[in-house]
Design a protein around this ligand. Sequence first.
Ligand code: A2P
Length: 274
Amino acid sequence: MQMTEQKPVTIQTATPVKAMPDAQTVTAVHHYTDRLFSFRVTRPASLRFRSGEFVMIGLMGENGRPLLRAYSIASPSWDEELQFYSIKVQDGPLTSKLQHIQPGDEVILRPKPVGTLVHDALLPGKRIWFFSTGTGIAPFASLLRDPETYERFDQVILTHTCRDVAELKFGEELIAETLVDPLVGEEASEKLRYYPTTTREESPKMGRITTLLQDGTLFEDLGVTDFGPQNDRAMVCGSIGLNNDLREIFESRGFCEGANSEPGQFVVEKAFVG
Ligand code: A2P
């Protein structure tokens, strides 16, 4: 008996529709404390960014409108995914929901990176200081793994101040990874200094960075004797209070604030809050 060839069957599938415009998929989530978490998402193929820049990230709100906030990209520019570091605010419109994301979920990511914590906004110098509090460390996580940081400066100093010891964990992991990074590890081992401090829990170094800078402890601890606008460059990322206080301190010491259009001796950006 001759078998009749079966007619090919066309399987009808629903046209794939992206649930949200600019949707990216969450690939990993890590909770550090009940106030802090980091997450990784897929990277849009076309997205190029300068280390230190931020993008708008969010979720679709109940009213059908996207709820977006600025998030610094914490991953290096060569990474095939994007990493972000976030606070959890229990009644925050976005982070009260965002803190519950799981791998496989989608977030909205507007692929238009911008920001002032970029090398282009600073004049050449000898020493670069990255001053951060809380999640303000995120842009520096990208900059610390950018070879340009070590090409441009002889010394790279990251200060990170948090309320308690557990909140320093993200920075400790970042430093450990940077020191063995195949691209920058060798240079980082020679040039990078890490200066973590806490303000509300005992740790080897306590105090607000503004106080430690003003009373000279910071420079004494690091053996810096010539801090000034001639050789030093600074990037600042933290709360509005920290940013304003450090801006005032730098200006009183003769530093000029820089921007993309006009590079200077220091730049400032607000860490995500709320
Ligand atoms: P403090 O504990 O004395 O407020 P937060 O978690 O609230 O974002 O704060 C992160 C860190 O930044 C805390 O250690 C906090 O110190 C510190 N901080 C907050 N405001 C300032 C400021 N104006 N100058 C220096 N450090 C600040």
